[in-house]
Design a protein around this ligand. Sequence first.
Ligand SMILES: Nc1ncnc2c1ncn2[C@@H]1O[C@H](COP(=O)(O)OP(=O)(O)OP(=O)(O)O)[C@@H](O)[C@H]1O
Length: 773
Amino acid sequence: MSPGDSFGEQLLHRSLAGVDPDLSPVTYKTVMRSQTAQFAEWPDWVTEPVRAAYGDIGVRRPWTHQVTAAQHAHEGTHVVVSTGTASGKSMAYQLPILSDMTSGAAPHGTALYIAPTKALGADQIRALTSLTAGRREFAHMAPCAYDGDTEPDVRQWAREHSRWIFTNPDMLHIGFLGSPGRWRHFFRNLRYLVIDECHHYRGVFGSHTALVVQRTLRLARAAGANPTVIAASATAGEPARALGRLIGDDCVAVTDDGSPHGERTVALWEPTFTPGVTGEHGAPVRRSAGAEAARIMADLVIEGARTLCFVRSRRGAEITALSARQILAAADPELVGRVAAYRAGYLADDRRDLEAALSDGTLLGVATTNALELGVDIAGLDAVVVAGYPGTVASFWQQAGRAGRRGEGSLVVMVARDDPLDTYLVHHPEALLERPVEVSVTDPTNPYVLGPHLLCAATELPLTEADVAAFDAADVVADLTARGLLRRRPAGWYPAAGLFPHGEIDIRGGIGGQVMIVDGTTSQLLGTVDTGRAMSTVHPGAVHLHQGRSFVVDELDLTDGLAITHPEDPEWSTSARETTAMDITATTRSWRSGPLTVALVDVDVTHQVVGYMRTLHTGEVLDVIDLDMPPQTLSTRSVMYTLEPEALEGVGVPVDRFPGALHAAEHAAIGLLPLIATCDRWDIGGLSTNIHADTGLPTVFVYDGYPGGAGFAERGFTAFATWIRATRDAVTDCRCESGCPSCVQSPKCGNGNEPLDKAGAIAVLNLLLREIP
Ligand SMILES: Nc1ncnc2c1ncn2[C@@H]1O[C@H](COP(=O)(O)OP(=O)(O)OP(=O)(O)O)[C@@H](O)[C@H]1O
C-alpha cells in the first residue's frame, strides 16, 4: 500500500493482509476513475412548477442523459435509458410526464407506471409524492398504487380520480385488461407508459410481460390514444432491441451516463482450493464464496467500513452474517451486534429500519439477498462484496452501484463461486466491467405463451388482421380457431362464448401446470414449481429451501399437483440425476462450415429422473440414491451443433473419447450461456451424444427448459461465436487438472458428471472456433 492509494484500495489491502502474494485470490483489480457531473440545460418545455419542485429537493440542473431521454419521450419517441445505479433514471420519465400534466396541453392525460415488484412501485410513488408535496399545480395528478395490496375502495377511487397509476405486470393483466370497460377513460387518455427496471423482464416472465404490455398498447390505441413508452434499465447489452421486443415497436436507447460518481476500486476474487476436501470423482473443491465473503466483510467491518454483502440465497445470507459475527466475536466482540442479515420476506418497515441503521452507521455490515437490489435508498456505502456472480451484468452493477458516496472512494469485491461462469468472469474482467454482451431475451412468439394471451386479447377487443400480424400470430390464431376457442367473423376473430381466459395465465408461473409445495406437518403452502421441473426439484428426498428454512420432500403426487414435505435441516443438498432423450422435429435456421453444422431446431426432450446425489455443504459428495419416476416430454427449442467424426479425430480426439469430450464441452457451454443471454443455467438443459439418430453425427444440444422455448437457445444460435469463445476460455483458464465444478462439472448433470474429458472438450471447442466463419 502506498500513501497515494485511494480509500477503496486501502480497504482491499487490509482484507489481503497476511496473504502470501503468490497465493493471492485477487485475479484482477482496477480503479474506476471518478466522473464529474455532465449537466444540461432544462428543456424549454419543462414547466416552471416542475423546475421549482426539483429545485426544492436540491436538483439545480439535469444531467445530460436525463435530458436526452426526456426529450425523446416528449417528442413521442419510445425510449429506454440504460445507465448506472442511482444515475437519476426516474427524472427521465418524471420530466415529460410532470411537464405534460402541468402545461395544460392535455387536460385529461394519464400515465401508467409498471415495475417488476410492488415494493419498487411503492418507492417510486413515495419519491414522486415528496417531489410534488405541497404544490397545488400537481394536486390533480393524484398518483396512486394499484396492485394486489390495494383495498377495493381505493381501487375504485384510483379508477375514478388518479391520473398516474403505479402497478405491476400481474395486476395490469388481471386488474386492468381483465375488465377493460372500467378503464376505457384512463386508456383513452394514456399519454405515457413507464416500464421501470425493464431488464428484469426476461425469459418466460419477460415473454408474458411483453404480451401484457402489447395488449395494453393495443387497447389504448384502439381507444384513440397514442402512448409513448419510457423505459429504465440497468446497464445491459442492446437495450433498444430488448425493449423493442418487449413493446413490439421501435425505440431508441440512451446510454451515455452524465451522473457523477466517486472513484471505485473493483477487485475480482477467486477462492483457493480447500486442501483435503474432494468433490465428485475426486475433483478439487474451492472455498465457498459465502465463507470467503463473510471473512472479507468481517475484515471490512473491523476497518469501520459500511459494507453490504450480496449473497445468492436466503439461507446463504443468514449463514454469511452468522459467520461474520463469529469471526468478529473472536476479533472484536463489540462489533458483533453491528452485523445483520436481510432477505426478501422481511416487512417493508424492516427494510426502512435497516436502511436507516446502515445510513447512520448503527449497522456496519449487512449480508443480504438481491432483495436489497431494487428501489433501496442506500447509496453511499464504503464497500460492497458480491458473493457469487448474481447471474446478470445488470444485477452485478445494481449491487456494485450501492458502493460510493458521491465524490468519495469505495471498494467492490466480487467473489467467484465454484462455477464455470464465475471462473470465466474473474479471469476475463472485460466481460463484466466493459461493454456487456448479455442481452435480456424474451420470446413473445412462443405459441404456449402467445396462445393464452391471444384469447385474452380477443375478449378485450376482437382481433383484426392487423393485430394478428403485429403479434406475429397467424399460425397460433389458426390453431385456436380450429380448436373452437376463437371464431372467425368478417370483422375479425371473436372469443368462443363462455371463455374467461385471464385467470388461466400466471405471469410469473412459467408455462403449464404448477405443483404446490406443502409442509405436511402444518399444511402451510411453501411455494410452487412448474410441473415440468417438479421431478428434478421436488422428487422424494429432495431438500427444499423456503425463506431460510429447510424442508425434505416425502412424496410427489403429479396427478394432484402436490409435493408434501416436512421441516428438516440435513447437512446436505440434493441434485437430481436423470436420463434424457432428444428428437428433432423441425429445423428453423442452420449454417454449415466444413465439418461443423450449427442449427436452431425444434425438439422433443424426454426426461426421466433416475436418482439424486447428496452433497455436503463443504462440497463433498455423500452418496447417490436411486429413484424410479415416470418419463416426461418437453417440446421446446434448441441450439445444436454437429461435427464430422474425422474432424474430431483430426484434432486428437479418438472415437472412444468422443462421449467425454462432447459431454464436457456441453456442460461448459451451458454454464456460459448466461453470459450472453439473461438466463440461469437452471433455465436451460443440454444433451451430447457421439451419434444422434436424427443427425447420424456427434451432436451437442443446448435447449430451453420451457415448453415452446424462452429465447435462450435462439440467442445461443445468434451469438454462437461469442458464446463458444467464452466457453473455451473458461475451460482453459481453470487451473484444475481434469475437470471440476469451475469448468466442466455441472451441479445438475443427469449422468453424475460421467464421463467428462476436459482436454477433449478443449480440443472440441478449439475445433469449433477454427470452423466458425
Ligand atoms: N440532475 C440531478 N442532480 C442532482 N441529483 C440528482 C439529479 N437527478 C437525480 N438526482 C438524485 O439522484 C438520486 C438517484 O436518483 P434515482 O433514484 O432516480 O436513480 P435511479 O437511476 O432510478 O436509481 P436505481 O439505479 O436505483 O434505479 C436521487 O436522490 C435523486 O434525487
